[in-house]
Design a protein. Structure first.
Length: 163
């Protein structure tokens, strides 16, 4: 936590978009992860490409990329920025207690503000898309986590989630 004032509030305590005009353009990136718990049956269908709605992993990847570009439309005080690159990896992972679909989204830019919200939005929408694609076979599919893993660039430099 920081003791600095809330940057998204004006002097009257009202929401505002932070003015980044004076900030230097710099290279920035962020990586976020979403974990979606699924049944073993669904995991097998995903791996074999036999989901009734089609290739759920590919659809989730495309949805995540699209969501990245729409972040300022979804998050009210988020700046529209030039997104220069998006990589999304969607995999089925066998855990100790359950099976998950893991969405990793990395977003890059050269701009005046970071891309953490773009990466988080990509991961979350990818996860929601997995649920939409598998809900006919697994009504209990659920997002278990959406977290920022790493950010690079900007005033605060490099940050990595302690795990």
């Amino acid at each position: 936590m920081t003791d600095s004032p809330l940057t998204h509030l004006n002097e009257r305590g009202e929401a505002r978009m932070v003015d980044v005009t004076a900030k230097e353009v710099s290279t920035r990136s962020a990586t976020a992860r979403c974990r979606v718990g699924v049944s073993d049956e669904v995991a097998d269908l995903l791996r074999s490409g036999q989901m009734p709605k089609g290739d759920a992993l590919a659809v989730a990847r495309i949805a995540a990329i699209q969501a990245t570009k729409r972040t300022p439309d979804l998050i009210p005080l988020c700046h529209p920025i030039a997104v220069h690159g998006v990589d999304v990896d969607v995999t089925v992972v066998d855990g100790e207690l359950s099976t998950e679909v893991v969405i990793l989204a990395t977003v890059r830019t050269a701009d005046r503000t970071g891309v953490e919200m773009e990466a988080l939005t990509a991961a979350a929408v990818g996860g929601l898309t997995v649920i939409d694609m598998v809900k006919g076979r697994d009504r209990s599919a659920a997002i278990r986590e959406v977290v920022l893993l790493e950010k690079l660039g900007g005033r605060s430099g490099h940050w990595t989630r302690p795990e």
